[in-house]
Design a protein around this ligand. Sequence first.
Ligand SMILES: [Zn+2]
Ligand SMILES: [Zn+2]
Length: 380
Amino acid sequence: MLGVSKSSSADEIKKSYRKIAMQHHPDRNPGNKEAEEHFKEAAAAYESLSNPDKRAQYDRFGHAGMGNQGGGYGQGGMRMEDIFQNFGDIFGNDMFGNMFGGQGGGGRRQGTRGANLRIKLKMDYTEIANGANKKIKVKKHITCQQCSGSGARDRNAVQTCGTCQGSGQVRRVTSTFLGQMQTVTTCPTCNGEGMMITHKCANCKGEGRVYGEETLSLDIPAGVQDGMQLSMSGRGNAGERGGPPGDLLLLVEEEKHEFLTRHELDVVYQLHISFPDAVLGLQAEVPTIDGKAKIKIPAGTQSGKIFRLKGKGFPAFQSSYEKGDELIEVNVWSPQHLTHEERDMIEKLKNSPNFRPGPEAKAEREERGFFDKIKDVFGS
Ligand SMILES: [Zn+2]
Ligand SMILES: [Zn+2]
């Protein structure tokens, strides 16, 4: 399941688990039950292998030796809260430091979780290529400073719930045809919070949060793409009465570049040169994502020829080695208006044998065929 062997080190197992967990993480696969199952299975497998006793058992008996012992999580496998709580450290130091923060858990429920916050994030080509720190002002629910999110006027304004004695849960015994069954449900008096507020905080009216403005400082990794969604755990709206905050979901919007167009990891530039330059060759200056570059256009270059500046494209997302190129397509400009003098010169060239497409044109055409394929991919 984790793609590791019996000789794998603890570190390798951890790495492998992290990779799988990231891939199936609920934040990346909202509403996807299958991904959630994979996510849980991987956690259970990791939980077993990271425990020396269980690892020894696994090494001896393999998968069958593990039985149903999901590490005290019962037959239903692990609960999402437990996964985050127990393995939260593995997800730490991610893209954003705490992309997968723990969600708490336990019997007593905290206040309601804050809503996710969705914002659009404009990125230009330079920012995408290099990564960027963006400071964005957002309106959202912020923890009330007056009561530190408790919603109570002061410490004495909080009372333990009499119905559940603070546990947040009540037990109920019901008779069924199978006999007596005990069920545990959320306390209806306190809504599972285990306490009651007698005097609400005036600033937030007992909500524990206020609507306000916050400037977020976001480190955006290099290589993002238009339409990509980045998720930052716990950076969304504050929860009610100390409840966990929602997530911040960033939708990347690519800003158009004045001269360049993106095609996957490559950028494309349309270079227009004069007819004499195409014939005689030239040193041309072309814009790149980070500035400018010089390229040599050799004498006798045909219109439609594509030159490649290696590594001048975009880096792949979360990859340190994969990088695109800049592709420069040559367009030879035919003059639209001519003076009498110019017309005479061209007329003189017209019948010169070197200006007639010769047998080389066929070879050139075959070469063009290859580049035309690239052109198709651009959709131009
Ligand atoms: Zn209660
Ligand atoms: Zn307050």
